[in-house]
Design a protein around this ligand. Sequence first.
Ligand code: FES
Length: 159
Amino acid sequence: TSSSSMSPPPSCSSPTAHFIGKKDDIVKAGRVTKLVNRCRDVLVLYHQGQLHAMDMRCYHAGGALQHGDIEEFNGRLCIVCPWHKYKITLEEGEGLYQAVDDPTTKPLRTYWRSKGIKQRIHKVTEVNGDVYVTLNDSSEAIESDTYQTERFRTGSLTT
Ligand code: FES
């Protein structure tokens, strides 16, 4: 395959806040996706009075997070990827999963655990009704970076 030459892009960020849209429009739409700084597909969503931004494609296999439901797990708001139902916290980009305490006890006791930060979260700011995203330029690789190469870019994004 041609994938061997593909590597995640360097953090393509600049310290700049990039204009995404009018807050009113984002609130109305609930979610907006945008190619930010010509290098990163970002999902901006509005939920319960808060704006959030993260890489648009799911860290697991590139699922379209803009079509995911938002639900609370263990008191934490998550986007649920529509592809295989992975849960990602809106605040930190942590992957959550349900683990079983002791498989021999009945009824089974499950609890939530974190796989750590898997999805790159970006900073959203609002100035006079305009919404901006500043890309998270942490040089540490985050799994969702994998799906930010040209190969996964569709070019058919909502603006
Ligand atoms: Fe998101 Fe598999 S691609 S859960």
